[in-house]
Design a binder for this molecule. Structure first.
Ligand code: SF4
Ligand code: SF4
Length: 95
């Protein structure tokens, strides 16, 4: 079951996609894809991650951007914030 994408960034922190390999080469473990950017809405003050590597509608279609989230049980969805790495998930342990 898919849920709406909330821009938590979990999927991109967890695994590099094909477009990322093509654009940036192989990224070392623990490094974030350079295409992943945290953006803040000036009006609401809320932020989310976005992919800035997409160049055309074909890229978006290939990555299923806009098709929803298929990692709907990940805990990052519950606390969308800027993260340092895939291990930056302290709220899982400290509540
Ligand atoms: S894990 Fe899901 S909610 Fe988070 S950025 Fe990826 S698709 Fe969006
Ligand atoms: S930010 Fe874009 S290019 Fe990088 S892993 Fe995520 S979807 Fe792929």
């Amino acid at each position: 079951m898919t849920r709406p994408c909330v821009g938590c960034g979990y999927c991109c922190f967890s695994a590099q996609c094909g477009l990322s390999y093509e654009r940036f080469g192989c990224i070392a473990d623990g490094q974030r894809c350079p295409g992943l950017k945290w953006v803040t809405n000036r009006r609401t003050g809320k932020g989310r991650y976005v992919c800035t590597a997409i160049r055309n509608p074909f890229d978006a279609s290939e990555l299923a951007i806009g098709a929803g989230c298929c990692s709907g049980l990940n805990t990052w969805r519950l606390n969308v914030r800027e993260r340092k790495s895939v291990l930056d998930n302290a709220e899982v342990f400290y509540g």
